[in-house]
Design a protein around this ligand. Structure first.
Ligand code: AMP
Length: 392
């Protein structure tokens, strides 16, 4: 038996998982259970993308526990030699306490459950994944990796809202999210571009969820997401930055209740809400409808505004990194973000951008623009491996 780490990323209706050999931390497989609660399907692939298993789970995908059991069955069938010694979990919220990964025990889990009101759409699903993994692997070490941890040492001015102080003390703070992705990008810069890692880097994680982060010397100093994963950039279905007065208007004048407003802000806004067509950038780029272009224009405008803001927060800018499904794959979005930003020292190399090269700025540009595919699973696996080595 070779020892392995399993990574688990349990979302509201999907479960992503991956298997890493602890020796050398090589990824042996990645998998996805989709449409949990409905017609759930499972797919398991090896690290080249070749499909190892594909299943219609039917009634078996009824909840997260079943989804995890199906995932584990598929892994066990494909890798009979794999002993899972540690399970690493993506947990969206670590509150004010957790600025690094932590071994999960009953006390830590109780603390994380208490944070559910801060992230009601994500935290309960993440913790359901923990329950399922503890039941399936009672002997394995369970480790939590937080999306908030990378941002926990923000300076006060980037941690606070202009509300009465008591709310700050109660935990109403700018936590920032996508921390596992930013940590991966920072580690890639440290490995491949140490000069940039030591400098001031704005990372744009542009996927169905989207945010940006200012990183100085490998540390997050500012992020566009705040108390929840709603703030900052418009996203696939989330609104991004919004005047809080709009929420009061929806409540008091339009008569919507909290559930209806939450549904609108999380599921019916952003690119989908603005275009009326889709939350999917590929569909919007392919559309001839002017509303698709307007939604894209709003998306790229907000990225440029935040880029200017992050440069101010970092007191300068040495590099911009694009990542996430859109950031990695859409040369159009990168071009529309970068073209009007020559004043900030950004000068895109059109050919390199169209070819999706790793560096897409011209050779002598003041700001290096890069495309780096993110890998949150690897960050979780690394933390899981460290927890076993270090005993905690
Ligand atoms: P993620 O949440 O990181 O998986 O990213 C999903 C988003 O990436 C969706 O909006 C996709 O439409 C978008 N995306 C993926 N590939 C492309 C592409 N080639 N061009 C434009 N958008 C893309």
């Amino acid at each position: 038996m070779t020892t392995h780490a399993l990574t688990v990323n349990a979302g509201s209706s999907s479960l992503k998982f991956a298997l890493f050999a602890l020796d050398g931390l090589s990824c042996r497989a990645t998998g996805l259970v989709d449409r949990i609660g409905g017609d759930a399907t499972l797919e398991l692939s090896d690290d080249t993308g070749a499909v190892l298993a594909q299943r219609d789970l039917g009634g078996r995908g009824a909840d997260h526990a079943e989804a995890l059991r199906a995932a584990i069955d598929a892994v066990r069938e494909a890798f009979a030699d794999a002993e899972v010694a540690v399970v690493g979990h993506r947990i969206v919220h670590g509150g004010t306490d957790h600025d690094r990964p932590v071994r999960l025990d009953d006390d830590v889990i109780a603390g994380l459950k208490a944070l559910e009101p801060f992230a009601p759409l994500h935290q309960p699903h993440n913790l359901a994944g923990v329950d399922g993994a503890r039941a399936a692997f009672p002997e394995a070490v369970q480790v939590a990796c937080f999306d908030t941890a990378f941002h926990r040492r923000h300076p006060f001015v980037n941690d606070v809202f202009g509300l009465p102080r008591e709310y700050y003390e109660k935990g109403v703070r700018r936590y920032g999210f996508h921390g596992l992705s930013y940590e991966f990008i920072a580690s890639e810069l440290a490995r491949t571009a140490p000069d940039l890692h030591a400098g001031r880097v704005a990372v744009a994680h542009l996927g169905n969820g989207a945010s940006m982060c200012g990183i100085v010397g490998g540390r997050s100093v500012a992020s566009t997401m705040g108390f929840t994963a709603l703030d900052g950039l418009p996203m696939g279905t989330r609104c991004g930055q919004l005047d809080p007065g709009v929420v009061l208007y929806l409540l008091e004048v339009e008569g919507l209740d909290a559930a209806a407003i939450s549904d609108m802000l999380y599921r019916r806004s952003g690119l989908l809400g603005l275009s009326g067509i889709s939350n999917d950038m590929r569909a919007l780029e392919a559309s001839e409808d002017p509303r698709a272009d307007e939604a894209i224009a709003y998306f790229t405008f907000r990225i440029r505004r935040e880029l200017g803001g992050l440069a101010a927060a970092m007191e300068g800018l040495d590099a911009v990194v694009f990542t996430g499904g859109i950031g990695e794959n859409s040369d159009r979005i990168r071009r529309e973000v970068c073209a009007p930003m020559g004043w900030l020292g950004i000068d895109l190399d059109e050919g390199a951008n169209a070819a999706h090269d790793r560096v897409v700025s011209v050779g002598d540009a003041a700001v290096t623009v890069m495309v780096i595919p993110t890998n949150e699973e690897r960050v979780i696996a690394r933390a899981a491996a460290d927890a076993i080595k270090g005993g905690g």
